[in-house]
Design a protein around this ligand. Structure first.
Ligand code: NAD
Length: 279
């Protein structure tokens, strides 16, 4: 495993698993299986409505809590709720969160940020993240925060490497967690000839080459998978390294295109989207 050290000194594994679009039972099974095969970074969210299943998977794995880097996200409808962090901890069955995000730049996110800062001071949260924040709001958050944020979580992959955002992150020492690291499974991306060529050279799969590119670009990855073989493969990316020339060749597939662009109307709708009970 390789690690990044966040700008507050917290050490974070660079590869893990995300449980987006999984039922609580699926998240439980995926988390248990991932932890048993050595994965130590888990990414969930209030909005995935599977934090309770994630917590059960952690317990069933038998892996000690302090060995796990647990990431979750507050949903906009609870940003102003004083008990939002406590309720999140209760669902996860833990007494601290390694990294807590504001999931969307909407509703009263400024108050939500203060809520997370309080939880950091109380030792319930170790690091703060901002997910899906456009550059101008990210800059505002960085400038106004009492406790500066450590990391962003945004869509990033070889078709959209986030070149502009990376300049802001470099100024502030912030990290990047890449969502859709495999282009949400898009075959066009995964089967780009450059990945097939490098997969043959290194005896790896195309997906592993893409994930290795992320690691060498400094991105934390947490590809989604319910398939135990894929979960293991996605983690087996630390025994080889791409050369600088190969990294440069991969940079050429940048299309400047994302798979998912939230319109202002969609972002406003998130502020009103109530969550279902997470069982
Ligand atoms: P992804 O890019 O990780 O792609 C997952 C797809 O790739 C799945 O269809 C899976 O079957 C396939 N896949 C996984 N491993 C593979 C392998 N080794 N070989 C071939 N195919 C493989 O996209 P995702 O799962 O949608 O996103 C990853 C994580 O990002 C989510 O679990 C979630 O935690 C996070 N996410 C966050 C946000 C946000 O707003 N912050 C939004 C979307 C997703």
């Amino acid at each position: 495993m390789e690690y990044i050290t966040l700008n507050n000194g917290v050490k974070m594994p660079m590869a893990g698993i995300g449980v987006f679009m999984m039922s609580p039972a699926e998240a439980e099974a995926a988390v248990e299986s991932a932890l048993k095969s050595g994965v130590r970074l888990i990414d969930t969210a209030n909005g995935y409505m599977n934090e309770s299943g994630t917590g059960r998977g952690i317990k069933k794995s038998g892996v000690a809590r302090e060995e796990i880097f647990l990431v979750t996200k507050l949903w906009p409808t609870v940003y102003e709720k004083e008990t939002a962090v406590e309720e999140t901890l209760a669902r996860l069955g833990t007494d601290y969160i390694d990294l807590l995000f504001l999931h969307q730049p909407t509703a009263n996110w400024r108050e939500g940020y203060k809520n997370i800062e309080k939880a950091v001071r109380a030792g319930k949260v170790k690091a703060i993240g901002l997910s899906n924040f456009p550059d101008e709001l990210l800059r505002e958050a960085i400038d106004t925060a009492e406790i500066k944020p450590q990391i962003v979580q945004v869509e990033a992959h070889p078709y959209y490497p986030q070149t502009e955002l990376k300049k802001i992150l470099a100024e502030t020492g912030m990290g990047l967690m890449a969502w859709y690291p495999l282009g949400h499974g898009d075959k066009n991306l995964i089967q780009e000839p450059i990945f097939t060529k490098l997969a043959q050279k290194y005896g790896k799969s195309n997906a592993q080459i893409i994930l290795r590119w992320h690691i060498q670009s400094g991105n934390v990855v947490f590809p989604g998978s319910k398939n135990p073989a894929h979960i293991r493969d996605n983690f087996d990316i630390f025994d080889f390294a791409l050369t600088e020339d190969e990294m440069a060749e991969i940079a050429k597939v940048d299309k400047g295109v994302r798979y998912y662009t939230a319109t202002p109307e969609m972002i406003a709708a998130y502020a009103k989207m109530e969550l279902q009970p997470d069982l």
